[in-house]
Ligand binder design. Structure first.
Ligand code: DGL
Length: 264
């Protein structure tokens, strides 16, 4: 089989929520996990600067790892750079992660849906277009969270997190309007599913927390040829800071990823 890896990209540890689903569906594949932690968080970046940074970074990553496919496991990046990436690297297949607004609009019974995302994703024209194209019959509340991706990073490092800090970020998702209540919250940042159990215990009422990770993994699988063997080469994690702390290195090894440093 071709040993070309699947490259998964995020600004930090969020893409691991997609990696765990991709591993289930593509067990024979080799993975290269790339965290642009030198640029984290992506939520506050200006669009031009972020787009330029990611396209430049992919020039290096594609040349170095020659992936079979690239999964942009980050909503904040996908809603901005999918098009520039496809234009810059027409021979490469990119699978994006964009807010699951269409499935949410199809499944809601109350008609009230919230999209929890970084401030960057909430601002994007791409996100607004998704709402207009697929959810015009719903009431969609966009909630731009300043702190949740950072809280998820801290949680996964083993820091204790005050439940009130999480509640403050998710509370605006809950809308009660004329007896109808939000019934679906779209997790539109790949960092957020790490805290899903916390959301469930803190939520003012039960809702469906929509995580698109499995759908993204399925899409990637559908684009790849069927493999006839199992890769023997270890999966690796690449960090643009070149110096993630001990907790992150331990996390990567828990995910079966060997740490490799790279230059930003
Ligand atoms: N994990 C990223 C996303 O899906 C964003 C985290 C950040 O850099 O703020 O949007």
């Amino acid at each position: 089989m071709s040993d070309a890896p699947v490259l998964l990209f995020d600004s930090g540890i969020g893409g691991l929520t997609v990696l765990r689903e991709a591993r289930v569906l593509l067990p024979e594949r080799r993975f290269v996990y790339v965290a642009d932690d030198a640029g984290f968080p992506y939520g506050g970046w200006s669009e031009d600067a972020l787009s330029e940074r990611i396209v430049r970074l992919f020039g290096q990553l594609i040349a170095e790892y020659r992936p079979a496919i690239c999964i942009i496991a980050c909503n904040t990046a996908s809603t901005l750079v999918l098009e520039p990436l496809r234009k810059a690297f027409p021979e490469m297949q990119f699978v994006g992660t964009v807010p699951a607004i269409k499935p949410a609009a199809e499944c809601t019974r109350s008609g009230l849906v919230s999209v929890l995302a970084t401030p960057g994703t909430v601002r994007r024209t791409y996100t607004r277009d998704l709402i207009q194209s697929f959810a015009s019959q719903c009431h969609v509340r966009l909630v731009g969270s300043e702190n949740l991706a950072g809280l998820a990073e801290r949680y996964i490092r083993g820091d204790s997190i005050d439940p009130q800090d999480i509640l403050a970020e998710i509370e605006p998702c809950f809308v009660d309007q004329n007896g109808r209540k939000t019934d679906i919250v779209v997790l539109a940042c790949t960092h957020y599913p790490f805290l899903a159990n916390r959301y469930r215990s803190l939520a003012p009422w039960p809702v469906d927390w929509l995580d698109p990770a499995e759908a993204i993994a399925r899409r990637a699988k559908s684009l790849l040829p069927v493999s006839d063997g199992v890769s023997e080469v270890p999966d690796i994690a690449v960090f643009t800071s070149a110096e993630p702390d001990f907790a992150i290195r331990r996390l990567m090894s828990g995910f079966g990823l060997q740490f490799v440093a790279t230059q930003d």
